[in-house]
Design a protein around this ligand. Structure first.
Ligand SMILES: NC(=O)c1ccc[n+]([C@@H]2O[C@H](COP(=O)([O-])OP(=O)(O)OC[C@H]3O[C@@H](n4cnc5c(N)ncnc54)[C@H](OP(=O)(O)O)[C@@H]3O)[C@@H](O)[C@H]2O)c1
Length: 310
């Protein structure tokens, strides 16, 4: 178990070796599949025959036939709104959210007026799930498992955040509090979505600490501190590739049917949700997300804005 997470003994699944899997029926979208953990997952899925669409800004896998690319700057809510119309949701079997950054030492704001970590690591996911989840599964065979949504963050670690300060503009800014708020908001998104969308199953993924680019925004890319931290992480933690090999069999396991709302740790073991993330806290996160997103979309000139349930 990791960072205070607690095992959930009610959910078990058969851990298979990825080399045993034929994934030719999988149609996956990996938001944030251009780098780090998302890219490693995309590679594993594609290598086993899945069709993978990756969404991000810097595509590096032009040579991989099974991986297609959709460009989007997901720090912008309007961009998430735009690409939602370009994703063939009805045929998608898996949506995997790994888009993320860590809050900067000084508050950064997007051109839409949203704190950047919250925008990239949470609100883009909130927006895309709102637009796409209800459409998923309509093009899949009747005997197929329900489509699945995996939300990566740090669920089960006990972070409760502050839904009244979603945009980090109501109190003195603190990068760690802001990032904790994105962590709690993502866990709340799992808990809300499992009840809201009965046509899909929604899960939380906690990969633990893994050497990637994610901490650059806080530690400073190529700074001495960053090099030291990533050196230690590189020596002590699993690589994105190891994690992806472990987790891809989970993503497609039939044992996950009817287990919506479950969270999984860095080895793929089921963990309990954070104690204290009560239904009213979840409600406040989702309500305040809808308010924030609706405000941004209302500023969009000459277009009909999405009507999001608050
Ligand atoms: N690594 C860890 O230790 C760790 C620990 C706990 C949780 N996590 C979670 O794991 C997930 C993946 O993180 P990672 O470690 O793999 O980080 P990473 O290597 O930095 O990858 C982040 C991904 O997010 C995308 N992204 C960032 N800003 C974007 C933007 N404005 N628009 C579109 N895409 C954007 C990047 O794509 P582009 O570069 O193409 O924009 C990249 O594909 C995140 O949810 C993170 O919170 C990671």
């Amino acid at each position: 178990m990791f960072f205070g997470t607690k095992k959930d003994n009610s959910v078990k699944w058969e851990h298979k070796d990825i080399s045993q899997l034929d994934l030719c029926k999988v149609n996956a979208v990996v938001f944030g599949g251009t780098s780090g953990i998302g890219r490693a997952i995309s590679h594993q899925l594609a290598d086993r025959g899945a069709n993978v669409l990756v969404v991000g800004r810097h595509f590096k896998d032009e040579d991989m036939k099974k991986i297609k690319f959709l460009h989007a700057d997901l720090s912008l809510i309007t961009e998430a709104d735009r690409i939602a119309n370009e994703i063939p949701a009805k045929d998608i079997t898996h949506m995997i959210f790994t888009t993320g950054i860590v809050a900067a030492p000084q508050r950064e704001q997007t051109p839409e007026g949203i704190e950047r970590d919250m925008a990239v690591s949470y609100l883009s996911r909130y927006m895309l799930i709102r637009e796409l989840a209800g459409k998923m599964g309509k093009g899949l065979p009747h005997n197929a498992s329900k489509p699945r949504i995996f939300i990566m963050g740090f669920p089960g670690s006990g972070q409760l955040g502050d839904p009244e300060n979603l945009n980090s503009d109501k109190k003195k800014y603190n990068a760690l509090s802001t990032h904790s708020n994105t962590v709690a908001a993502n866990e709340a998104l799992v808990l809300d979505s499992k009840d809201r969308y009965k046509n899909v199953e929604v899960f939380g993924l906690n990969p633990g600490i893994i050497k990637t680019e994610i901490r650059n925004n806080y530690l400073g890319k190529d700074s001495i501190f960053s090099k030291a931290v990533e050196w230690v992480v590189g020596w002590t933690c699993q690589t994105p590739e190891d994690y992806a090999k472990n987790i891809c069999p989970l993503l497609v396991s039939p044992d996950l049917d009817n287990k919506s709302g479950t969270m999984f740790d860095n080895k793929g073991n089921a963990i309990l949700q954070s104690a204290g993330l009560a239904p009213e806290v979840v409600h406040n996160f989702i309500h305040n997300s809808a308010v924030l997103v609706t405000k941004v979309l209302a500023m969009k000139p000459n277009e009909t804005t999405s009507k999001l349930p608050v």
